[in-house]
Write a protein that binds this ligand. Sequence first.
Ligand code: ATP
Ligand code: MG
Length: 225
Amino acid sequence: MLRTMKGPIISLRGITKQYPPDIIALSDIDLSIEKGEFVFLTGPSGSGKSTLLKLLSCMERPTSGELSLDDFDLTNLSASQVPYVRRKVGVIFQDFKLITTKTVFENVALSLEVIGLSSEQISKRVRDILELMGLASKTDRYPPQLSGGEQQRVAIARAVVNRPSIILADEPTGNLDRGMTNEVMALVEELNAEGATVIFATHDESLFAHTYRRVLTIHEGRLRA
Ligand SMILES: Nc1ncnc2c1ncn2[C@@H]1O[C@H](COP(=O)(O)OP(=O)(O)OP(=O)(O)O)[C@@H](O)[C@H]1O
Ligand SMILES: [Mg+2]
């Protein structure tokens, strides 16, 4: 369903998520995120960070409450609209899944094939992002031939290659060393500077210890001020 009201790009009102049979992963969450904002999301293991990002990427549905993203009312979204939401959202997940039978190039190109670019345009964009992620020499390899950190960078390249207006990052630097972590942060910062709204979930306090940005802390499914 399309929303018509103007407002924050992401809005949650009284959102609760219960997994069967009785696990309350999120409880009565109210949250607004403005277009172009970059917010960190932190909290202990099991507190609900990934669940919150899964609701925003339509991988899970809320049990109750209201949820909107850009012009979409995710509370009443029809299945046919899910691809349109996904096109706006670049998701970098903790448990990223690369297709093991496709090359690095093909894994990243998949995100662009659905939006109708020419093969020349796709090739240029994929090569540019792989270059940026330090993966140019791995273009024709298969995921099992890469290290964990390299695979994670391919997943990041795949998530951002179509320049999504919203980036949901779930512990994207978990497998990376400090140098690569800093490069990923710089890349996300750059996409944010170009206008993307970012939610960045992480345990790594050093990433937000000195930030001027909003840091959301979640505990047992509840947001803390
Ligand atoms: N598919 C599922 N089915 C049942 N319970 C789930 C499911 N996914 C998550 N949970 C539970 O919901 C709660 C929140 O999990 P979630 O993955 O959102 O936490 P998290 O903050 O991302 O943790 P981590 O930092 O370890 O990634 C946990 O108690 C978890 O066990
Ligand atoms: Mg998680």
